[in-house]
Design a protein around this ligand. Sequence first.
Ligand SMILES: [Zn+2]
Length: 105
Amino acid sequence: MKISTCKLCNELKELQRSHVIGKSVFRNMLKNGEHYAITTSLSENKIFRSNDQWTTPMLCSDCEQLLNNKYENYSLWALRNKQRGVKHREGPNCLIISNLNQYRV
Ligand SMILES: [Zn+2]
């Protein structure tokens, strides 16, 4: 792994392969192979299917854990209507989510 400055705590540490978009977002999309991203190569004049999850050495493991525990897990549970205290209700043309901590999401 790469030793560099963590983008969150600004300390020199071993950086993890951080997901730019949460890994859990891709988990369901890519699990059966039906969904994929499209990438292009102008130099090769080609279009490719990709299951790249856009990782880059960005955060140390402490910061990764903090973001996952405090924000990503909460967001997933809240958006899947499994978070205690958060309520989903169907509107006429929308989904109304109440008691959602928007800062954490
Ligand atoms: Zn860090």
